[in-house]
Ligand binder design. Structure first.
Ligand code: FE
Ligand code: ZN
Length: 506
């Protein structure tokens, strides 16, 4: 009797090969370098694309199955959150400041990353790279969508959530992440990978995603925690892509090493400026805090970062150039940025507030070297001004850094009592910077950064021409509702009233 031989199932690796093999034909109507013109102009030399192993080998059908399962769970929870007034379970409506910042600054960044990976996938010559970029482009657009959906429920009840897309492009503190992603997207494909996959996803993502998602968990925000989990498994793939791609580039040719090092220096400097907003969120915006920015930096920056760069030393890659300056700034930046957000809070689409006595005790304990010495006295003074009926506001416009676009509000690495400002003259024009890091980025590519659109000078250009009221409309701010002190705000009063209704018989 014949035994029926069952066809042996293909291994994942073989299936993946079958899936991608036909994408890799050699073009005949046009030469390959015309089809992929961007692979050479950055100076990176690739000798063998075959060596680039896609670490996931994810096929489209498997990808769809995984993601659909995650979506089903996510939307069930978002639905339950909406139906059960989940918004009343958060610790306090002041927590929403962190969430507003996330929606305005980070979710559009996910969308930008999606566009960037879609483009990079087209520009690379290797199949493995193309497919990995395509998968990540899909992930990132999903992240943007699930975040916007999860957070949209809060928009029904609270101010400041309604115009995040315009605000991402137009409000001063949001042009910090916007310019970060615009810079990456307008770079060549290899720099894009080093900027987003390696520097951002691999080195810095734990300092961004973990604080926001743990912040949500600590403060009772179920819908945000859920999209965090849903994105987490993608994040693991993205980090692997970051590490795979840098190793591939470095192994291909020794001439690639100095180019990559320059990109690491640049994107670390830019990334750390972007993270100053996260530092502020961790130390000031969460009613129930997870850990301090300093503690997060020690774990995810110092410990993980040093291990990584020790590992990369065998390729000739060293720590990012401005690592020491960054280390010196860690105990300062959250206090400096929060004071900026408070004094310009007439122009923010979230509330800020003076830290309470309890908050200040926490900050003293977490920043024993700096808080009481440099920042408590200022907060105490700001508190007095408020009590006297003359709350502190700064109607002057700050000078912005031409690279990171933050106001030049940081201090000298070795002297926290003097402002750090740098200047470069280029083709007869003066440009200003917040730090040596940003100045170096500019000086390496001046023609790129002289084109940067800066929100403060933008206020005096068409169509606004200096009209603050018109600016408010243009950026989608309702003065007094979206802006200003949390104390006495509609968000605070409504939350208190709804909580009372939900928990008492009044
Ligand atoms: Fe993402
Ligand atoms: Zn800067």
């Amino acid at each position: 009797m014949d035994v029926k031989v069952t066809k042996k199932k293909l291994s994942l690796k073989d299936r993946y090969k079958l899936l991608t093999r036909d994408l890799g034909w050699q073009t005949t109507y046009q030469p390959m370098d015309k089809v992929y013109p961007y692979v050479t102009f950055e100076g990176i030399k690739i000798h063998d694309w075959e060596k680039w192993e896609d670490p996931f080998r994810l096929t489209v059908d498997a990808y769809w199955k995984y993601q659909a399962e995650k979506e089903r769970k996510l939307y069930a929870i978002i639905d339950a959150h909406a139906q059960n007034n989940g918004h009343l379970n958060i610790t306090d409506a002041s927590y929403l400041t962190a969430l507003k910042l996330f929606l305005q600054a980070i979710s559009p960044g996910e969308y930008a990353a999606s566009k960037g990976f879609a483009r990079a996938g087209r520009e690379f010559g290797g199949i493995g790279t193309q497919v990995a970029c395509q998968m990540q482009a899909l992930d990132e657009i999903r992240h943007a969508q699930t975040q916007i959906h999860a957070i949209s429920n809060y928009n029904k009840f609270y101010n400041g959530f309604h115009a995040f897309a315009d605000q991402r492009d137009r409000i001063w503190y949001n042009t910090v992440p916007r310019s970060f992603f615009d810079d990456a997207m307008s770079a060549g494909p290899f720099e894009f990978l080093i900027a987003i996959s390696f520097s951002f996803e691999y080195v810095l993502t734990n300092l961004l995603f973990v604080p926001f998602m743990s912040g949500a968990a600590y403060n009772g925000d179920m819908s945000t925690v859920t999209f965090g989990f849903s994105a987490q498994s993608d994040e693991a793939r993205h980090m692997t892509l970051g590490l795979e791609s840098i190793k591939f580039i470095l192994e291909q040719d020794p001439a690639n090493v100095p180019i990559v090092q320059k990109w690491i220096d640049k994107w670390f400097a830019r990334g750390m400026r972007l993270l100053s907003l996260v530092a502020t969120m961790m130390d000031y915006m969460l009613p129930k805090r997870v850990m301090s920015w300093r503690e997060a930096w020690n774990i995810y920056g110092v410990e993980n970062g040093s291990a990584l760069f020790t590992d990369l030393a065998r390729y000739g890659i060293g720590l990012p150039k401005h690592w020491d300056d960054v280390e010196k700034s860690i105990d300062h930046i959250s206090h400096q940025v929060q004071m900026a957000l408070y004094q310009w809070s007439f122009g923010t689409s979230f509330h800020s507030w003076i830290p309470s006595d309890e908050d200040m005790a926490w900050l003293s304990a977490k920043y024993p070297e700096t808080f009481d010495k440099y920042y408590r006295p200022r907060w105490e003074n700001i508190k007095k001004l408020k009590a006297a009926g003359t709350p502190y506001a700064n109607f002057g416009l700050p000078k912005l850094c031409q690279v990171c676009q933050l106001p030049c509000l940081f201090t000298e690495p070795d002297d926290p009592t003097s402002h750090c400002q740098r200047e470069t003259e280029y083709k007869g024009e003066k440009y200003h910077f917040c730090s040596d890091g940003c100045q170096h980025v500019f000086e390496n590519e001046p023609e790129k950064y002289v084109q940067a659109w800066l929100p403060m000078p933008g206020l005096f250009q068409e169509p606004l021409k200096g009209d603050i009221g018109a600016w408010m409309q243009w950026v989608g701010l309702n003065p007094g509702k979206d802006t200003g002190d949390y104390d006495g705000s509609e968000d605070q009063l409504n939350f208190a009233a709804w909580r009372t209704q939900a928990t008492r018989n009044e």
